[in-house]
Structures are given as C-alpha cells and as structure tokens.
Design a protein. Structure first.
Ligand SMILES: NC(=O)C1=CN([C@@H]2O[C@H](COP(=O)(O)OP(=O)(O)OC[C@H]3O[C@@H](n4cnc5c(N)ncnc54)[C@H](OP(=O)(O)O)[C@@H]3O)[C@@H](O)[C@H]2O)C=CC1
Ligand SMILES: Nc1nc2c(c(=O)[nH]1)N=C([C@H](O)[C@@H](O)CO)CN2
Length: 236
C-alpha cells in the first residue's frame, strides 16, 4: 500500500500506456492526477475511479505554464511525476517546423518546466520520483522520425541533469520502450516488420511499462537511470 497520500501525476494519460498506468496505480490505492489534451472515454473512466483530470496542451510554453498553475491549485504535494505525454510525428514537408516545435515542447520543454516549477511539491513527499518516458530509438536514431527521436534524446539528457540536481530527496529516472502497443491503423505488413525488429518478437502491451514504473517508484537506490524495455531490439 502507498506510504503517502500525495498524488501521482501522469501526463497524457487519457489513453493507451498512460491510461493503463493510471488505472493500475488507482487500483493499488494511490491518488492520481492526470493531464489530458482531448476528452476520451479513458478520461471519464479515470474520473469515475476518482482521479483528478486536468486539461493540458503542452504544444506551447503558455499551455505548459497554464497547466502548472492549475496543477498547483489542485495539490500542494506530489508523490511522483510521470512524463508520458508524447506526439509521435514523422517528417512531412511543409509541416516539419511545426512538428519539431510541437515535439520539442511536449517531450522537452514540458518536462523541463514542470520539473523546475513542481519539484517543491515533490519535496513534500518521501519518497519522491520523476519518471521520463522516452524511447529506445534514441539508442541509434531514426531515419523516419528524426525530430521525434532528437527530442526524446533531449529528454534522456534531462533525466541525467535533473537526477543530479534533485538528489537526494527526489529520484529521477527514465523508461525507454520500443514497440509496446500498435496503433489501430498499423497494417499487417507494418506489424510483421515491427515485431521482427526485436529478439522476443512480441507486442507486450502496457503492463510492461507499469511494471517498470513500479520498479522505479519502489526502489530507493536507483536514480539517473533509463530502463530499456525493448524486447531485445539491440540484439538484432
Ligand atoms: N506505444 C508504443 O509502442 C511506444 C510508446 N513510447 C512512449 O510511451 C509513452 C506512451 O505511449 P502511447 O501510450 O502510445 O502514447 P500516445 O501516442 O497514446 O500519446 C499519449 C498522450 O499524449 C498526448 N499528447 C500528444 N500531444 C500532446 C500535447 N501537445 N499536449 C498534451 N498532451 C499531448 C495525447 O493526447 P491526445 O489524446 O489528445 O492525442 C495522448 O493521449 C509516450 O511517451 C511514447 O513516446 C515509446 C516507444 C513505444
Ligand atoms: N507518442 C507515441 N510514441 C510512440 C508510439 C506511439 O504510438 N505514440 N509508438 C511507437 C512505435 O511503437 C515504435 O516504437 C515501433 O513502431 C514509438 N513511439
């Protein structure tokens, strides 16, 4: 059972991995606050389970700062912050500047500003954690998601810097998944190709990220680390 009533914040938790982790944390007795960008069935499901749901669009600095202000009006302490929100955008001519800016804001500026402005809320909880959800692809780059990969690599750097800055009161770690969940519009050819990229060759589902999150929350001697959860992609 959790040793504190301070809530856990998960950003972008209206669907998929963030939603699963929020549901599991609530089932384990944690209080949960989520950010969501658009209303989804998962957001209402979390409200029905007692979560606090805060609308937030991290695509601009003002949107991030507005969220921080509203978050602080809802709680004066936090057990953990999980930076899960993400935009997975491929390069597309004529939109590359907006796409890079969007992913920079969501993957780097939002974690940066939220960590700086909300570490005081974490300081009121023992233990206290920040978890950045990155991507295994930062290991070698991506020819099809250049800006996405670059901004996730920047998030990996934030993990190291904030771990050094916030120790010993707050642990800061990352989780770097490879394929966890397909998207509904992924066709059979894409799925076959993606599964073949890892040694284990499976679509594991969101529970493997929740397991990784609990390891980081529960372990008092891990900080500045990014857990690879990639089915052995680096072996192929
Ligand atoms: N799924 C996978 O196989 C993998 C996932 N990851 C990482 O794991 C994490 C979770 O993945 P997954 O569940 O698939 O993520 P999703 O693609 O479902 O995105 C999570 C949420 O981020 C929100 N979001 C997007 N843009 C913004 C924005 N500008 N402001 C605020 N929120 C925003 C989305 O909101 P909205 O609902 O409005 O679109 C969405 O609900 C991500 O960080 C992802 O990069 C890494 C490797 C593999
Ligand atoms: N925000 C998101 N990031 C990523 C997603 C996603 O659906 N949303 N999906 C992937 C892929 O699964 C990739 O790892 C394999 O094709 C990567 N990041």
């Amino acid at each position: 059972m959790p040793s504190t009533s301070a809530p856990i914040l998960i950003t972008g938790a209206g669907q998929r991995i963030g939603l699963h982790c929020a549901q599991q944390l609530l089932a384990e007795g944690f209080r949960v606050i989520i950010s969501y960008r658009s209303e989804k069935p998962g957001v209402q499901a979390l409200r029905d389970l007692g979560a606090t749901t805060l609308l937030a669009d991290f695509s601009t600095p003002d949107g991030i700062l507005d969220f921080i202000e509203r978050l602080k009006s809802h709680t004066d302490c936090l057990r953990a912050i999980v930076h899960n929100a993400s935009a997975w955008l491929a390069e597309c001519t004529d939109t590359e500047i907006n796409a890079f800016s969007h992913m920079f804001n969501v993957h780097m500026l939002a974690p940066y500003l939220i960590n700086l402005h909300c570490s005081e809320l974490l300081e009121r909880s023992t233990p206290a954690d920040i978890v950045h959800i990155s991507d295994d692809v930062t290991r070698k780059g991506s020819s099809k998601h250049i800006a996405y990969c670059a901004t996730k690599a920047g998030l990996d750097s934030l993990t190291l810097s904030f771990a050094a800055k916030l120790a010993p009161r707050i642990k800061v770690n990352g989780i770097a998944p490879a394929l966890v969940l397909f998207n509904p519009d992924d066709d059979a050819a894409y799925r076959t190709k993606a599964l073949a990229k890892s040694a284990l060759g499976i679509e594991p589902g969101a529970e493997v990220i929740y397991q990784s999150l609990r390891y980081l929350l529960d372990n008092p001697y891990v900080t500045g680390t990014t857990l690879t959860v990639n089915g052995g992609r680096h072996l192929k």
